[in-house]
Design a protein around this ligand. Sequence first.
Ligand code: KIV
Length: 256
Amino acid sequence: MNLLQKDYTRAKKEGKILVALTAYDYPLARLLDESGVDLILVGDSLGMVVLGYPDTTSVSLNDMLHHTRAVARAVERATVVADLPKGVYDDPEGALTSARALIAAGAHGVKLEGGQERAGIISALTKEGISVLAHIGMLPQHIHEEGGYKIKGRTPQQADRLFEDAAAVERAGAFGVVLELVTPPLAREISRTLAIPTIGIGSGDGCDGQIRVLHDVIGLYPWFRPKFVEPKADVATVIRDAVQSYARDVRKGPEV
Ligand code: KIV
């Protein structure tokens, strides 16, 4: 068992509920770390909320390395996990080289999307001592094939497949598994059967932890927010108000 797998399996056994959020830069990662978040994901969602792409499919390994270094410089206590972007982990050699680069950039582990079809890649990484967070259910890197962000597990076939995916990534050595847009009763049931923790996003409250895109939670990306997110702040409005106040002061000119 690798280190994170041991820690995270123990945390689940002790009934700890994991709090995870994404971060992509130094100040926000530092604020999350200071706030006691357990796991910070440098997600390839940075493609949308930081780089302005329509989805995650154009994110490169260099993008991920750049943002992982910034986050790693900020974090003192949380687990830092970095996404392997689409296209760099289709074979074990590519996966190992890319994962090692993310670890050298400061990540404690890497996340990759897929279940049974990725079990061989997950074992190849974990056997080399690289901690892996798996990700099943809706897979954003396959958004074009999927044709949208659709809920998974509604049919008995999909439910069986998700159970098998979850078991396969656990057997392959993943320390945890993200369940994205999985029907809540199924997510609860999968969580009950695994020894490793499940971390849900849009999958109900029966998971062992929750993850969200930070920008959705704090209202920093006001142009789109998934329905399942409960925003806790409206940072976009705070920024617009502050900038408009600054602009008014500047345009007033010097006081004479
Ligand atoms: O890229 C990402 O942010 C993710 C999530 C699970 C939020 O994969």
